[in-house]
Design a protein around this ligand. Structure first.
Ligand code: FES
Ligand SMILES: [Fe+2]
Length: 417
């Protein structure tokens, strides 16, 4: 049975509203499929414009087996390229981040400019034309200072994602921020378990004691379905400051703003700001949290004094690397305007708690006793949207490979007797 046939069977076996069959969380062949169908095809949050402020600055990432480099050119533009040399394929930029006016392959020193054009290739034959050997570009989009890349030329339309997120995130002014801290976690769990965990707060009250100092306990309700007076009042206060609230939702993303707990202005251990110099048009910082999530790999929170990014990347069938980033005002000085340990404390603890939960989830799923269970319609609607998105994107990929029309989860549910 080919992986396409197997995936079709596994996706067909999934009961609507339920978690996925075991193999979809555990099987090496499924991860290969996920890389092809999801990570090589969809928009991935990759980092921040402020990480590459000057021409020649670059950051790298690896999607599946494909190294990617994202860099700024002399004109100030930002590009993404496949980080594989056009000679014999060696990886060109090998560091996580760096600076180079020219990209020089470490193998035979083929040299590329910041637009991916091959400038020099020593001792090649007369018939060789460097113009034929540009670095292969990846798609790239920047939204309010956040960089997204897509490895596929047939990238999904980015316009709805931009239209949804930019008005909410723009006033947080990430282009005038600085990266205060990066944390990397290796989680021994399938990437879908990491993202499912990140799409619900059903577990927050029991497992995130620090985070729940700041968050209202809305783990038993979907706050947007029937907004309560506290949320309506909060939205009115933010709107008076010129801030958009959402919620907005599209096929591939969600975003919105909600109020933190009473008297709380930031996601910190005591609910007070961690940074005295605020970032963006946020007044005294009492702007709740503006969160956004783009399928498949991220969730993020912008509070009044800092922004927190969470990006996940599968590195094995049961291994996921999570990168967390904290952004503060570029003029904020560590030790003067903020204490780094205080800034990162709550999300660092939360990430470690979530790592344990995802790994523990994986251990239970690996059991011969595992059968998919029902998501709560009250507290796990966002998890269900993620999982349905995954199933639909997977079916669409299979159908495309076979030249057929995809059958989506909603149509299947309606068609069921
Ligand atoms: S592989 Fe890059 S120069 Fe040879
Ligand atoms: Fe969590």
């Amino acid at each position: 049975m080919t992986i396409m046939d197997r995936m079709q069977t596994l996706l067909g076996d999934r009961a609507p509203g339920h978690s996925l069959p075991q193999a979809l969380y555990a099987d090496p062949a499924v991860l290969d499929f996920d890389i092809q169908a999801i990570f090589n095809r969809h928009w991935l949050q990759a980092g921040l414009e402020i990480e590459i402020p000057k021409a020649g600055d670059y950051i790298t990432m690896t999607v599946g087996q494909s190294p990617i480099v994202i860099l700024r050119n002399e004109q100030g533009g930002i590009s993404a390229f496949f980080n594989s040399c056009r000679h014999r394929g060696a990886q060109i930029c090998t560091e996580e981040r760096g600076h180079a006016n020219r990209l020089v392959c470490p193998y035979h020193q083929w040299t590329y400019d910041l637009h991916g054009q091959l400038l020099r290739a020593g001792r090649m034959q007369e018939s060789f034309d460097p113009k034929d050997y540009r670095l292969r570009p990846a798609r790239i989009e920047c939204v309010a200072g956040v960089i997204f890349v897509c490895l596929s030329e047939a990238a999904p339309d980015f316009a709805p994602i931009r239209a949804g997120i930019e008005p909410l995130l723009g006033p947080h002014d990430l282009r005038n921020g600085k990266l205060a801290y990066t944390a990397t976690l290796v989680e021994r769990a399938n990437w879908k378990l990491v993202m499912e965990n990140a799409r619900e707060c059903y577990h927050c009250r029991a497992r995130h004691l620090q985070l729940m100092h700041s968050f209202r306990d809305f783990s038993t309700q979907d706050i947007y379905q029937e907004p309560e007076p506290w949320l309506i009042d909060f939205w009115a206060r933010c709107a008076a400051r010129g801030l958009k609230n959402g919620p907005v939702r599209g096929k591939d993303f969600e975003a919105g703003r909600f109020a933190l707990a009473d008297g709380v202005v930031s996601i910190t251990i005591d609910g007070k700001s961690a940074v005295t110099k605020k970032l963006g048009a946020v007044g005294d910082g009492d702007v709740g949290t503006m969160w956004w999530a783009v399928q498949p790999n991220c969730f993020n929170h912008a509070v009044g004094d800092y922004t927190f990014l969470f990006q996940a990347m599968p590195t094995g069938p049961q291994e996921t690397v999570v990168t967390a980033k904290w952004i503060v005002n570029k003029d904020a000085v560590e030790g003067v305007d903020y204490d780094l340990a205080r800034l990162i404390e709550v999300w660092n603890s939360t990430n470690n708690e979530d790592r344990w939960l995802a790994e523990n989830n994986q251990r239970g799923i690996n059991s011969i006793a595992y059968v998919p269970g029902p998501y709560s319609e009250i507290t796990e609607a966002r998890v269900l949207r993620f999982v349905d998105w995954y199933c639909d994107a997977s079916r669409a990929f299979i159908a495309e490979q076979r030249g057929q029309q995809p059958v989506h989860a909603f149509a299947r549910a309606r068609a069921a007797p």
